[in-house]
Design a binder for this molecule. Structure first.
Ligand code: NDP
Length: 330
């Protein structure tokens, strides 16, 4: 039966302006890095995407290499778009990226114009769309002039194959340069995608100040530290978890005793707020004034639903923040 979206889908979610642009992102966005590849159950991924859309998640984040195998997450999302969401394209923000290894030879990764524009064309084909909303340089390429990488993004926007330009995993210095270069090209830098969570704080060292000063949006990826900041690993490593999968990017050795004791203490603090640890971790990321959106992953609908309820309580008291800092320093 044809999918009919929930008419109340915009009632719970909040939307935040992306930097100084005209675009608003949902406070919580969904990423398809894990759980949406050819190796995963398609119907499960489809249920997650449709439930997310029904709960006000308008932004879905992809990259050329998401799978495995690379490209298959875009293909699967394209199937869902075509079968279920084709009537809702104007209500959906799709992002994709290029930067990591996608095909053999000298033009299959990094930041050359040759690679980026070919990759975008391939992504559009896999997704089955005429344009993506945001096209990202997935990582800074030290061997390609930044002007070349960014002029490829600007070209993508001018040609109508992308509506906005973004970058990911850039240092504060390179973000500043990128802002300046894109300004001269007449295409503003919409957004920077950054790894940020209670366990990953590097972005606080200068990056957030630049986002704020330059009016660049900020979206935090892996706000749950790939599942560590949930109750997933409290009783060991479940057989269906990311840490137990050979293609998962979270490795069992990342789950140390020290981490586990911090996770247990954070779990107790979250319970005091009346939240799951996942909800508290998302709320914590979103409590940073610079944050446009928390970009989560989910392997099942129940996780997604639990995570989206973070919205019910976003604010943190200074005593709560101090208690978290104490745990993270322990
Ligand atoms: P998260 O930190 O949100 O981790 C998601 C994982 O946490 C899920 O797959 C699940 O793991 C577990 N989880 C989620 N919710 C719950 C819950 N309520 N209870 C228990 N466990 C839960 O994000 P990701 O690491 O998945 O990254 C999110 C997105 O960020 C990616 O899809 C991608 O779009 C983007 N990203 C961008 C990068 C870049 O370089 N620009 C790099 C990495 C990610 P399990 O599978 O074990 O159930």
């Amino acid at each position: 039966m044809a999918f009919l979206a929930n008419s109340g889908r915009y009632d719970q979610m909040t939307y935040r302006r992306c930097g100084t642009s005209g675009l608003k992102l949902p406070a919580i966005s969904l990423g398809l890095w894990h759980n949406f590849g050819e190796v995963d159950a398609f119907e499960n991924g489809r249920r997650i995407v449709l439930r997310a859309f029904d709960l006000g998640v308008t932004h879905f984040d992809l990259a050329n290499n998401y799978g495995p195998p690379p490209g298959s997450a875009e293909e699967n999302f394209g199937r869902i778009l075509k079968a279920d969401l084709s009537g809702y394209r104007d209500e959906i923000l799709i992002s994709t990226k290029a930067g990591y290894l996608m095909w053999p030879g000298p033009y299959g990764e990094w930041g050359s114009r040759k690679y980026l524009l070919a990759s975008l064309d391939q992504s559009l084909k896999r997704l089955g769309v005429d344009y993506v909303d945001i096209f990202y340089s997935h990582r800074f390429d030290p061997e390609t002039p930044l002007e070349e990488t960014l002029s490829a993004l600007a070209h993508a926007v001018r040609s109508g194959k992308a509506l906005y330009a973004g970058v990911s995993n850039y240092s504060p210095e390179k973000i500043l340069e990128a802002v300046r270069i894109l300004k001269t090209l007449g295409i503003p830098l919409l957004i920077h995608q950054v790894k940020y969570s209670m366990f990953m704080r590097e972005a606080e060292q200068g990056l957030f100040d630049i986002h704020e000063r330059e009016g660049v949006g900020c979206i935090a990826f892996s706000p749950l530290a790939q599942g560590l900041l949930t109750d997933r690993y409290l009783e060991g490593i479940p057989g269906d978890s990311r840490a137990s999968k050979s293609h998962g990017f979270l490795k069992p050795e990342d789950i140390t005793e020290k981490k586990l004791s911090q996770i247990r203490a954070l779990n107790t603090l979250a319970a005091r707020r009346g939240q799951s640890l996942a909800q508290a971790a998302i709320a914590w990321v979103l409590s940073k004034p610079v944050m446009t959106s928390a970009l989560i992953g989910a392997s099942r609908v129940e996780q997604l639903e639990n995570n989206l309820r973070a919205i019910d309580r976003l604010s943190y008291g200074s005593d709560e923040l101090e208690a978290i800092e104490l745990v993270l320093r322990s």
